[in-house]
Design a protein. Structure first.
Length: 231
């Protein structure tokens, strides 16, 4: 399953998406001031709210960073004092960290990312029914970027247990609604890969516009296109 790493967490793009959006009050602060004496009290309230929001945001981001550091810790490496003796021990610690975060910050981007990680851990453990529940929660309630990651993970589960139609429907929706984390090319190549055997003609049609471009997506499309069976 795809994961969000600490490196991505520190990137400008990720920072913009994780809790750094401007609040409604910040966007409309100048308009509020226009309305005279009442605005004085409102502005004071806004300033207090913004200070509180910034504090809460920093706390959420720190909690997420700590949880991800647990997930990325080493296993069975005596030289690493921060590591875990077994994979199961690490998974249990990570599940607790993400569960606590998801419960405390439910409804926030950080809370939804935590739920996504819980789903990923369960999927890695082979508990796909449990993983699906967590991914669906993110797909249904998170902002578009994180919802798209959850949907892509759901696609893997759908294909694994024979729900091909549902998987294809999800991928086609991702193609029409690309995000920062799941681009149109990513979704298209994934769909083409699964169509390669049963419908190579459509797979070729999907890959043709991508393989003529540049970058990693073009290289992947070229490689997959060359492997397609005739038909």
């Amino acid at each position: 399953m795809a994961r969000i790493t600490r490196k991505e967490l520190k990137s400008d793009k990720f920072a913009q998406e994780v809790g750094l959006t401007v609040t409604f009050f910040e966007e409309h602060q100048k308009d509020v001031v226009r309305y005279g004496a009442i605005a004085v009290a409102v502005v004071l309230l806004i300033l207090g709210y913004n200070a509180y929001s910034r504090h809460q945001r920093v706390a959420r981001e720190e909690a997420l960073t700590q949880a991800i550091s647990v997930q990325e810790a080493s296993v069975a490496q005596p030289t690493d004092p921060r590591g875990f003796p077994t994979q199961d021990a690490k998974d249990q610690a990570a599940l607790k960290a993400f569960s606590d975060l998801a419960s405390k910050y439910s409804g926030t981007d950080e809370g939804n990312i935590a739920v996504y990680y819980i789903g990923s851990i369960r999927a890695d453990e082979g508990k796909l029914a449990e993983a699906e529940k967590f991914f669906l929660q993110v797909a249904d309630h998170a902002s578009a970027n994180y919802a798209s990651l959850a949907k892509l993970s759901l696609v893997d589960i759908y294909y694994s247990d024979g729900r091909t139609d549902q998987a294809e429907k999800t991928l086609r929706d991702l193609i029409v609604h690309p995000t920062v984390f799941v681009s149109q090319d990513d979704a298209t190549i994934t769909l083409a890969r699964h169509l390669a055997t049963k419908n190579p003609a459509e797979a070729r049609k999907l890959l043709s516009p991508i393989k003529g471009g540049k970058g990693p997506a073009a290289s992947m499309a070229q490689e997959l296109y060359a492997e397609l069976p005739p038909g």
